[in-house]
Ligand binder design. Structure first.
Ligand SMILES: NC(=O)c1ccc[n+]([C@@H]2O[C@H](COP(=O)([O-])OP(=O)(O)OC[C@H]3O[C@@H](n4cnc5c(N)ncnc54)[C@H](OP(=O)(O)O)[C@@H]3O)[C@@H](O)[C@H]2O)c1
Length: 358
């Protein structure tokens, strides 16, 4: 049987990397990575090419003729771009309509939340979804739970710092709000099922493995790590005032990361921690299909086993190779406080520093 041709945008990123792995493992797809010219030599892209992924050099911001060229013979598009790049997908969707793409998966992959003013990042995505629907382009929207990789707290001994992006030392509200969780590494395996499934065409799907609370996650870490973790509860009032302050600060220039990163981080906490949006029951109410029901045979990575690997020192952290480009720094000069924010979101490693000097 001939393979389905998939064009993957963001293959060097965290979600895109998982999807490349999942589709390669499945074996029924020919994978094409749409890669910006500046990124073709990234180690992640070179490694994917060695595993049989074809590279189509193109930027989402390229003229339409180039996007159409990148879409030649493509059946399915999967896009996994970062928060500031959501609307850059619109020209690709328009080009995909012209080339007859059979299914377009815009960059969802976010926690469940309603559209319309709760989360700026959700609303950016909804702008793209509305464009897709206006084009009458076949689509699937896939959202996921909070990544396992971002969900656990730091241990006082520092044993798990190697795998952490931030200290993650806040418990939202009283820590009892149930939230859906997904192992980042499972997203690609879910995608291999979802894009083959006619039931998910023009539908929304929540791909998740379990539901837990922050208190439960803390207790599990304490039990496995045999350490006591301080409980730093942050009240609803504090979260709401953070959201308000971040919204006011980001109004004038939403794409300055110094302003929009605190905004979407605070809104995430507000949405899953206070409102309790990120759970399967609410997803079903919003019209999502649930992977637990679509694919009951799917064996998700076990959360406890994942935390054991973190504590053993064998887990892989996320965003470990992240760099802030020089062009970006010129646009948004960094101050001492912005630097500390950057290092939380984009931790700098020796290798990322050496990439920066290129
Ligand atoms: N549920 C959760 O817990 C959670 C956590 C984090 C993120 N997310 C969601 O996941 C989504 C993807 O985030 P991520 O962190 O996986 O992304 P990421 O690692 O930042 O990767 C983004 C990718 O997009 C590519 N890209 C950006 N602009 C492009 C352009 N103009 N042309 C071509 N490629 C372009 C980048 O290419 P280069 O390689 O050239 O830079 C990069 O490979 C986000 O939108 C967010 O909503 C969810």
């Amino acid at each position: 049987m001939s393979k389905t041709n998939v064009l993957l945008v963001g293959a060097a990123g965290e979600t895109g990397g998982s999807i490349a792995n999942g589709l390669l493992e499945d074996g029924s797809f020919e994978i094409f990575a749409l890669v910006r010219p500046i990124s073709v030599l990234k180690p992640a892209i070179v490694r994917l090419q060695e595993r049989g992924v074809n590279v189509r050099k193109c930027d989402l911001k390229a003229p339409e003729e180039q996007l159409i060229e990148a879409l030649a013979d493509i059946d399915v598009v999967i896009s996994c771009v970062g928060p500031a790049e959501q609307q850059d997908q619109i020209p690709l969707a328009k080009a995909a309509k012209k080339t007859g793409v059979k299914r377009f998966i815009p960059c969802g992959f976010i926690t469940v939340a309603p559209p319309g003013g709760v989360m700026w990042l959700r609303d950016e995505k909804e702008v793209v979804y509305n464009q897709i629907r206006q084009l009458w382009l076949p689509y699937t929207i896939v959202d996921v739970g909070w990544w396992y990789q971002l969900s656990y707290p730091r241990l006082p001994s520092g044993r798990v710092d190697y795998a952490m992006t931030s200290g993650n030392d806040e418990i939202i509200g009283d820590g009892t709000m149930p939230t859906a969780l997904t192992d980042l590494r499972d997203i690609g395996r879910f995608m291999a099922l979802i894009i083959k499934d006619p039931r998910t065409l023009n539908k929304k799907v929540l791909a998740y493995s379990l539901v837990s609370t922050q208190n439960e996650i803390y207790s599990l870490m304490e039990e496995i790590g045999e350490e006591t973790i301080d409980r730093n509860y942050v009240s609803e009032e504090t979260i709401c005032s953070r959201v308000l302050a971040a919204r006011q600060a980001s109004e004038t220039y939403p794409f300055d990361p110094i302003k929009f990163i605190p905004r979407y981080l605070a809104e995430y906490q507000y949405s899953w921690g206070i409102r309790g949006d990120n759970n399967p029951e609410y997803a079903r109410y919003l019209g999502y299909y649930l992977t637990t029901e679509l694919y009951p045979e799917f064996k998700a990575s076990d959360f406890r086993e994942y935390l054991e690997s973190v504590i053993r020192g064998t887990a892989k952290g996320v965003y470990q190779d992240r760099v802030v480009s020089r062009k970006h720094q010129r646009h948004f000069p960094r101050t001492e406080s912005s630097d500390s924010l950057y290092t939380r979101i984009f931790p700098r490693t020796e290798s990322s520093d050496s990439l920066m000097s290129r």
